[in-house]
Design a protein around this ligand. Structure first.
Ligand code: VAH
Length: 314
């Protein structure tokens, strides 16, 4: 039987890169994209408009397509969540509960996006362990800790095959930055090309775990393809590639754009960034399902600038 796959949050940063990879792997006709935003006229695939908080919309899609897998990406991110905490709780938690409940009914394999936002300032921030203190300072982080425990519950109680990754900051060029604290590391590339100057909203010595999107998508598909007996973490896997400070990123970009200037004017997002790890121990993912990253800072910077120059036709 061919796979039928639903991707929620389809027009977001991860969805925009994941869906073409899924279409190539399973066939466009087997990938159903769902998003609550206005639908673009030129979408290359099957795209439905809908809010993941509306259970009937989800149930009707499952009745029609009998999904074998769902990638549940729909979520408000950290910075947006702090501006709209009630909405963040509603979208992030109600949406996940609906997806888990319906997937249980249809025996759908579930991928759900967690985040390093589950960690807080009481977590060991260097080489952060897989199992550790989770006391996040953002509503986004609270929804991700709650979501991880909900996923583990649905696996333990109902045997649902739900798998998850704690994504670090993700760097990509297909989708504009979308309300994340780590999105300074995406925005900076656009500004380097378009204006050769950037005002950064975190301090220059802010060090965060980051990953180029190609690595994140490859890791996501590796996790979903892994043998079930190899999955030993049913909250969410630590998943990492590199860590860098904002200044290190500035200096790497300057190797390509020597006149690029960055001013550092930290705002309210600095408090969130300070509560997140500097580096992550992702040995569990590497041991359980063979994770290894391929992009370092130098290669990521090259690829980002090359693709953004084409996208911005500069
Ligand atoms: C955010 N990019 O900044 C997201 C991510 C690691 C953080 O979840 O909110």
């Amino acid at each position: 039987m061919s796979e039928k796959i639903l991707v929620t949050g389809a027009l977001g940063q991860i969805g925009s890169d994941l869906i073409p990879k899924l279409q190539k792997k399973y066939g466009k006709e087997n990938i159903i994209s769902l998003d609550y935003n206005e639908l673009p006229d030129d979408y290359d695939g099957i795209l439905k408009k809908g809010d993941v908080r509306d259970k009937k919309i989800l149930e009707d899609l499952w009745k029609e397509y009998k999904f074998t897998k769902v990638y549940h990406l729909a979520s408000l991110l950290s910075a947006t969540g702090e501006k709209h905490p009630d909405l963040a709780w509603d979208v992030n938690m109600t949406g996940l509960k609906h997806v888990l409940d319906i997937s249980k009914e249809y025996d759908t394999q579930v991928f759900w996006a967690s985040s390093i936002a589950v960690f807080g300032s009481t977590t060991p921030l260097d080489n952060t362990p897989q199992h550790t203190i989770l006391e996040p300072v953002t509503i986004y982080g609270v929804t991700k800790v709650s979501g991880e425990l909900l996923c583990q519950y649905y696996h333990e109680k109902y045997g649902l095959d739900v798998r998850s990754i704690r994504y670090p900051g993700l760097i990509s060029w297909k989708q504009e930055p979308g309300g994340g604290t780590t999105d300074y590391a995406v925005d900076i590339f656009y500004k380097a090309i378009e204006e050769e100057e950037y005002t950064c909203f975190v301090k220059e010595d802010t060090k965060l775990p980051m990953m180029y999107m190609e690595d994140a998508i490859r890791g996501t598909l590796m996790l979903m393809d892994a043998d079930e007996e190899d999955i030993n973490v049913r909250t969410s896997y630590n998943h990492s590639a590199l860590s860098f400070t904002a200044k290190e990123l500035e200096d790497e970009i300057k190797k390509h754009i020597p006149d690029f200037e960055v001013k550092y004017e930290p705002d309210e997002r600095q408090k969130t960034a300070d509560s997140w790890p500097n580096t992550i121990d992702d040995s569990a993912a590497r041991e359980d399902w063979g994770w290894e990253h391929e992009y370092d800072l130098e290669r990521m910077t090259e690829v980002m600038l090359e693709n953004l120059r084409k996208k911005l036709s500069k």
